[in-house]
Each structure stands twice: as structure tokens, then as C-alpha cells.
Design a protein around this ligand. Sequence first.
Ligand code: SF4
Ligand code: SF4
Ligand code: SF4
Length: 446
Amino acid sequence: MLKEKALAYYLDQGHHCAESIFMAASDVYGLGFDEGDRSLLMGFSGGMGVEGTCGLMAGSVAVLGKMFAEALGEDFRPAIAAFHRRFSYLFGDCTECSGIKPRYNKPDTRCAEAVGMVCDLLEAYIEELNDKLPKKETPVYEAVPAAEIKRVKGLGFLHNKNVPGLFQGRVITRNGKVTARELAKVAKAAERFGTGEVTFTSRLTMEVQGVPYDKIEDFRAYLAEEGLETGGTGAKVRPVVSCKGTTCQYGLIDTFGLSEKIHERFYKGYETVKLPHKFKIAVGGCPNNCVKPDLDDLGIIGQRVPKIDLDKCRGCKKCMIEAACPIKNCHVENGKIVWDAEGCNHCGRCVGKCPFGVFGEEMTGYKVYVGGRWGKRFARAMTINKIFTSEEEVLNMVEKAILYFKENGQAGERFSDTIQRIGFDVVEKELISDDILARKEEILAK
Ligand code: SF4
Ligand code: SF4
Ligand code: SF4
């Protein structure tokens, strides 16, 4: 992280070596330097103009001073001496610009390689010094009024029952998948604003522990630098959960792609739409149900439906289909394969396994479940009686279900209760037709 930032200053903004490492460390560790402070370091670049002590050394020492001089007291100078030795070792017993520059300077990138090396050294050293610092006593936080606790809950901050004034900040992951940069940002945010601990929720979001009330906005702004946001609470569409079906060997659909579309269109798109209760969505790549889509308000499961041509069956001694079906839904009887259409979960593992072509593929698609829930009360979702064959159809079904819940759900009831009260057949009929979509604006305006 420090390296990327420093190289951005060095290569993209034309800062010199000492200023680049200084400004980058300020960004990463929250040292509060601004562009004006940069002038403090300007004279050190290029070994103070005479190829003396390397500017990267000067910039690093300035950063270490800001971060540790006070905290380490008498131990600070030995700490700087130790850094000096490491720096020297890194460059083959050299700390002078005159010795480093000829080896690392390149026409297009100047001393970028050396900048990166020193950033790695400094980052690791800062971590080491941080570990040596005496642990701070737990500060006392002021209690927060109930109305504020409620307001920040809407932003994704849950009040810590043990420490008034501290919150768990819920970071949205879109669908449980984050980049290494995003993960690093959350880790840094946890160190900078929280206790340094992050918990993972059962719905694949992350919660940074111990964010003080007065740091909530700073925390959000810091995460936003990497495009991350907090939220995921309240009576509305919740962050979507997805399994790894896109890459999993059993995955039948692109779960990451579909869940990202759901995130954009319904988590973000319906962010301001108040519903009778929370509305949870999960996308699973196959009937293995790793993310339990049938326990969500709306679940989607990848399907591969076999097409069976019984006439081709030769009643083999060792049937490849019997061996392939994980739920033992097929067996050979009187010289022919017997397939239980009702019991088949459309996992598709049998497709193409018969050497005589008995089990081909009818279609690949999506099954949609509605009305599941898990928690204080449990309900297994019911299946819409149709295999959907396009993502767009599935996305429309999600939208219809949300609109239906908004229009017909009573305040405080989950979608499962709404379906039970009205009757699944009635709800299913409405969801299969497109009438409700035609009334979208009218429903959202209510
Ligand atoms: S549900 Fe299926 S596709 Fe998704 S992770 Fe589990 S086994 Fe893989
Ligand atoms: S389904 Fe295929 S492998 Fe199984 S018994 Fe029939 S022909 Fe043989
Ligand atoms: S689709 Fe899956 S459950 Fe159905 S018969 Fe084939 S292997 Fe068995």
C-alpha cells in the first residue's frame, strides 16, 4: 500500500524521492501532512543536491520521527540507528545517493525501484515498532443518544453493547468477493479507526470492531477512497450473498456476475426503498446449496436439466449414471435406467456421462425460490415453477418479488409471512406475470 502510494507521487505527480515517501506515509498512516508540508522534505531529494544521504532515508526518518519519537522517547534514537543499518544493508552497505542512484536510476522511471524497496522496508519496520509500543489503555467514550444510535445503524454501524460509544462498522463486500486492495484497506481502517479486529458476518460482509462514534464519518471517507461503503442494515434490500459458482467445479451459472448485477440494481438501486422488513437475496451455483439460497427471502440456484432418451439405454452391468448421480436418483431395473423426475435436483452431473447418450442436456438455467428465512423463525423457500434461462428474466423476477413485497407486505412481516398470508399460488401467479413491473413507479411512489 505504501509502495503504491509513494510510486503514484513519484511517477505520476513528479514528486522527488524524499517527498514521495513522506506524503505516501502521511496518507497511509494518517499523519496529517499536506502538500505545504512537502516543502519540508524537498531539500533532501537527490542527496540534498550533492548526492549525499539518500532522500529516501531522509523521508523515512522524518516519517519515523512523526510516528515514534514521542512514544519511544529515549529508545527513538537507537530505533533510527537500527533503521539506518537496515537501509544500508538493503543497498549493499550504502546510504548515499551517489552510490544508489547509479545502480537504480533508469531513464523512464528514475529511482522508482529504490523507492519501492524502501517503502517495503519502512512499512515492515513501522509494523515492528508498533508491536513494541506499550498497549494503550482503553479510552472512555461518551455515551451516544438513542436517536443517533438509530441513525448510524442505518449507515451500517451497530452499537457495541459492552462499550457505549463504540460501534461495529459493517463494510459491504458486494457479494462476498473483495480485491486484495479492498481487503488491505479494510485491515488498515481497522487498525486506524477500530480495535484492529475484523469479523465476518454470515452474509459475507465484514465488521470492523470498535469504531468510536466521532470517527464514523472519517472511517467512511477512508473506506470510500477504495470504493468501499458501509451499510447492510434496515428494512430494505440487504447485501446479496453469492457462492463461488463462477469458479467452483460444480457451478452451473456465473454467480459472481449475476450477484454483482443484483448488487447494483437492487442493493444500490433500491437503497432508499423502504420495505416491510429486510429482504435477503442469495445466489448459489448448483443444488449443493453452499450459501443456502432456499433460506433467503429470494434465492437463485443454478440448474442443469438432463434430457433423457430411454430408448437408447442398454441396461449396462455398471451404469455410469448410477455412479454419477450424487443423490442416487437413478438405478437400473429390468434392463433399463429408471430416473425419478420429481426427485432430480437438476445438478447436471449425469449429463454426458452415459456412453450411449441416454443422458443429454435439456437446458441450463436458474431456479428461483421465494419466502425463505433463517433465524428466530425458520421457513424453507418455495420454488417458482419454472426454469429461467436468461439472467435478465431472473433479474426481473427479483424486481417483481421486491415490488410485490413492498406493495403487499405488512409492516414488520418477512416475505415468508406475506406469502403464507396471501397463499403461494396467488403470489407465484403474480410473480410470473409482468403486471407488477408495469406498475413499478406507482408502487415505489407509495
Ligand atoms: S453451491 Fe455449488 S457451485 Fe456454489 S460453491 Fe457450492 S458446490 Fe460450488
Ligand atoms: S443409462 Fe447409459 S450407462 Fe446407464 S445403463 Fe443405460 S446405457 Fe448404460
Ligand atoms: S441431474 Fe443430478 S440429481 Fe438429477 S439425475 Fe442427474 S445427477 Fe441425479
